[in-house]
Design a binder for this molecule. Structure first.
Ligand SMILES: [Zn+2]
Length: 253
């Protein structure tokens, strides 16, 4: 699918919206080499999701850290791709007010997006399971690799990832829902919109009379409701939307 015509329509809706939000999932980061955990070749097809569960962490912190550190170490070196960079540029242009993401890789912030709501938390930090103090994941990982023991806070509590573990509720949902309620356009990128409740955020925008744009390689549950659907790689699609948005703005008297 050459998404040129769709990009023009998406850009027109975006430029004419008054408060747009982006909602992103794993597909926005695959071009950065980060696996789609739930996709056909995803981590959770090869491992039991309970390995990243809160019960496993509480019951066997040593086993949990062995699994978690091995799977999440590679995320530290990942770099933002064209999709992250285009979303950050759309925010600087005032066309996107916030990015709500299901990803934990921190790549939206790394790309320069200022308002990022990470509803599944962040892999960039850990927090103490006793006192709640936060520390960089990279430091906790170093401690784990040096000692072979789960890293600990100065209070003695074991550090846990700052991501939402299986069995835990999403975070910052109220904030994300507030953004959705005030938005008149939701730009969904790289999410199949199946992981609830976060996936209901774009639907809320549509139900409130706003527009829904979907950029995803595969069909999503909400394609029938969407105003524009682009089944293209996220980077290429967003670069086209960015280019068309600039063209529309520049051509205005
Ligand atoms: Zn502590």
């Amino acid at each position: 699918m050459d998404c040129g015509d769709e990009a023009r329509r998406a850009a027109e809706l975006l430029v004419n919206s008054s408060y747009s939000i982006a909602f992103t999932g794993a597909g926005v980061s695959t071009e950065s080499g980060i696996p789609d955990f739930r996709g056909p070749n995803g981590l959770w097809r090869r491992f039991d999701p309970r390995m990243a569960g809160v019960e496993y962490f509480l019951g066997d912190p040593r086993g949990f850290w062995a699994f978690y550190s091995a799977r999440f170490k590679s995320m530290l070196s990942a770099k933002p791709n064209a999709a992250h960079l285009a979303l950050a540029e759309l925010e600087r242009m005032g066309l996107i007010k916030a990015v709500i993401t299901q990803n934990v890789d921190g790549l939206h912030s790394a790309a320069g997006s200022a308002r990022v709501i990470e509803v599944h938390g962040s892999s960039k930090s850990v927090r103490c399971s006793r006192c709640g103090a936060r520390a960089p994941f990279v430091d906790a990982l170093k401690s784990y690799e040096e000692t072979g023991e789960p890293p600990r806070c100065s209070c003695g509590g074991i550090y846990r990832p700052d991501v939402v573990l299986f069995g835990e509720p999403v975070v910052r949902l109220g904030e994300a829902l507030d953004e959705a309620r005030r938005s008149d356009l939701a730009l969904v990128v790289g999410s199949s919109l199946t992981v609830h409740p976060a996936a209901e955020i774009p639907l809320l925008v549509k139900e409130g009379g706003g527009s829904l744009l979907v950029i995803n390689m595969e069909p999503t549950e909400y394609d029938d409701l969407a105003d524009v659907v682009m089944n293209c790689p996220a980077g290429r699609a967003l670069e086209s939307v960015l280019r068309e948005s600039r063209r529309i703005i520049d051509s205005r008297p």
